[in-house]
Write a protein that binds this ligand. Structure first.
Ligand SMILES: Cc1cc2nc3c(=O)[nH]c(=O)nc-3n(C[C@H](O)[C@H](O)[C@H](O)COP(=O)(O)OP(=O)(O)OC[C@H]3O[C@@H](n4cnc5c(N)ncnc54)[C@H](O)[C@@H]3O)c2cc1C
Length: 383
């Protein structure tokens, strides 16, 4: 936590940390077991600015730098992986494309409610049952123009937040003939007739962040619910994912830090062969590697965030930060279980939950393989 942050950034970090410690940590175990969303804490996030971090102030948001967003998401991830994922998806996937590309009218209609904490959350539906990595090749969901409406048919898979959502921005095919400009983003209110939200999927972790299949059965929305320009959906999506990857990197660091702290405390307390575990070199090395990798990941996340804030290209750096931070977090959480031995594997300690939660980070918002693809393409193109 000792990166050279400004006074304001440190204050923001301390504020979100205190919030996570008070509102998220104490309930993280319970919501993992029950699969209940932490609405109580989420409602309190509105006034703190945590629900509109990428939304301009004129629409009720707190419009923060990407670095401030990363700082906040790391702290939320430290407090509770489930809630942090829902809030990261709400800000970065649900609100951001509307704030960045939507019409004034649409922003005015939908953003103030979801950023205030009085409404529900926002979601982005890209992935389909046919696959998430190859978006272009797998999007079957179609929207057809009928008079002044869009009529949407199809299905989506693995979508975060619709069960606690106000609207879901949906990637659809709007031109069956074109290859390049075939896709668009359309806002669909969750209560739209014909939109069916499936039950929360049963998952390995992140149980307090609900993930749903969606089906669209002649869902009809006004033409003004199109985000930005028709045919630009894929471009908007890729830009949205670049920023989202910075957040997933930050979330991974929060989970790794939480596991690292528990494992250090345990190593100091646990006596074995006449000394504490912390005296054993094998344990010291795991602690040293964790500390080093957490710091390296944070520098990468902050660097990608900084580039974006300066208006510079950051696609490669965001992919690198996400790749490294998510794989690092898995290693750190895995070793935390190792340090705690049998207790690490039991639910008595939270490290097994951190491990289950962080496992998603190498999959969601582009798998590790896709990050490597993005990095190698840009690297070989000299970018
Ligand atoms: C908890 C959770 C929350 C999610 N939230 C959202 C959400 O809010 N919105 C949303 O749209 N989606 C969401 N997703 C979906 C997620 O983005 C996808 O799962 C992810 O993009 C991978 O897609 P897939 O599962 O279809 O795997 P596939 O694309 O089928 O990939 C399967 C495997 O093949 C590998 N692979 C694919 N292509 C290549 C290649 N070219 N080279 C090498 N390997 C390759 C992948 O890396 C992966 O290991 C969520 C998923 C989960 C589990």
């Amino acid at each position: 936590m000792d990166f050279d942050l400004s006074k304001e950034q440190k204050l923001w970090q301390a504020t979100v940390h205190a919030f996570a410690e008070k509102e998220l940590r104490p309930r993280a175990h319970e919501i993992d077991l029950t699969g209940k969303f932490n609405w109580e804490a989420t409602k309190k996030m509105g006034p703190l600015g945590l629900l509109g971090m990428m939304v301009p102030e004129e629409f009720g948001g707190s419009e923060m730098d990407t670095l401030d967003v990363a700082i906040a998401i790391e702290e939320l991830g430290w407090g509770c992986g489930s809630t942090a994922l829902a809030i990261s998806a709400h800000n970065g996937l649900g609100c951001a494309p509307l704030a960045n590309f939507g019409s004034e009218e649409l922003k005015r209609q939908f953003l103030p409610k979801v950023v205030s904490g009085e409404g529900k959350l926002a979601a982005l539906a890209l992935t389909e049952p046919g696959g998430g990595s190859d978006l272009k090749g797998s999007i079957q969901t179609k929207a057809e123009k009928k008079g002044t409406d869009w009529v949407i048919n199809g299905s989506k898979m693995w979508i975060t937040n619709p069960g606690v959502g106000e609207f879901v921005i949906t990637l659809v095919r709007t031109d069956p003939d074109s290859d390049t400009n075939a896709y668009s983003l359309i806002l669909v209110p969750i209560d739209a007739k014909g939109l069916h939200v499936g039950p929360a999927e049963k998952k390995m972790g992140l149980n307090g962040s609900m993930t749903h299949a969606l089906s669209y059965d002649n869902v009809t929305v006004p033409e003004g619910y199109l985000i930005g320009e028709e045919g630009h959906g894929l471009k908007y999506t890729l830009q949205t994912l670049d920023s989202g990857r910075v957040s997933i990197g930050a979330l991974s660091i929060g989970l790794a830090r939480a596991a690292h702290e528990v494992s250090m405390q345990y190593a100091k307390d646990r006596k074995m062969f006449g000394k504490t575990l912390a005296d054993k070199q094998a344990i010291q090395w795991m602690i040293a590697d964790a500390a080093t990798e957490i710091k390296a990941a944070r520098l990468m996340v902050y660097h990608a965030a900084n580039l974006k804030d300066k208006g510079k290209p950051f696609t490669k750096e965001a992919a690198m930060a996400k790749l490294f931070a998510s794989e690092m977090s898995e290693r750190v959480c895995r070793n935390a279980i190792q340090i705690l031995g049998g207790y690490g594997y039991s639910r008595e300690y939270p490290v097994e939950r951190f491990y289950r939660d962080t496992r998603l980070m190498t999959i969601g918002e582009g798998t590790s393989e896709i990050q490597r693809l993005v990095i190698s393409r840009l690297e070989m193109a000299g970018k």
